[in-house]
Design a protein around this ligand. Structure first.
Ligand code: PNS
Length: 162
């Protein structure tokens, strides 16, 4: 067993953090004692929320979850994981359509950092169609997103879209 086996990094854009992400995080906490949520700062996509906003919102969501820390990162995920003294990456799979992209990332990350292992967790079926992109679209059109995101995220979306 590696010295870091009880700690995992859960990376993503989280723009915004959804109930699907929360489901994966809670599943990860059943396996790992500590999970660091890594919020990507330098995404090629133009995010709705700044990285500081995303970190602050996720911190609110996770305030009662022991063992969770939230940090932003830029650059390579494997470098972030190393800096966190962690060699396990957790990613969620919603549906089989996620698999190709996720497997590609896992294999690239393994080439970039040989000791890095990716652990896939499967989200609840009811979250299989929830994506951050659709949530933003619904919120922008004044739809109700309360059933798809934690309350702190719903509040932040309401503020963002006035
Ligand atoms: O929530 P997302 O947008 O699907 O998350 C993608 C993320 C952040 C995990 C991925 O883009 C990433 O790891 N970016 C950091 C840059 C990197 O390490 N690239 C090489 C491996 S794909």
């Amino acid at each position: 067993m590696t010295p870091y086996a009880k700690k995992a990094v859960f990376p993503g854009s989280f723009d915004p953090f959804t109930n699907g992400h929360l489901d994966i995080l809670k599943r990860a906490l059943r396996i790992f004692d500590y999970v660091t949520i890594g919020v990507l700062a330098n995404s090629s996509k133009q995010p709705l929320f700044t990285v500081e906003e995303r970190v602050a919102i996720i911190q609110q969501v996770c305030v009662e979850l022991p063992g969770v820390s939230v940090r932003s990162f830029s650059g390579l995920l494997v470098d972030f994981a190393r800096a966190e003294k962690c060699d396990i990456i957790v990613r969620g799979l919603r549906a089989i359509s996620d698999y190709d992209y996720e497997a590609q990332m896992a294999l690239i990350n393994r080439r970039l950092g040989e000791s890095i292992e990716t652990c896939f967790l499967v989200a609840r079926e009811e979250y299989s169609y929830v994506s951050s992109t659709l949530i933003k679209q619904i919120a922008n059109l004044r739809g109700d997103v309360a059933q798809f995101v934690p309350p702190a995220v719903a509040r932040a979306l309401a503020e963002k879209f006035g």
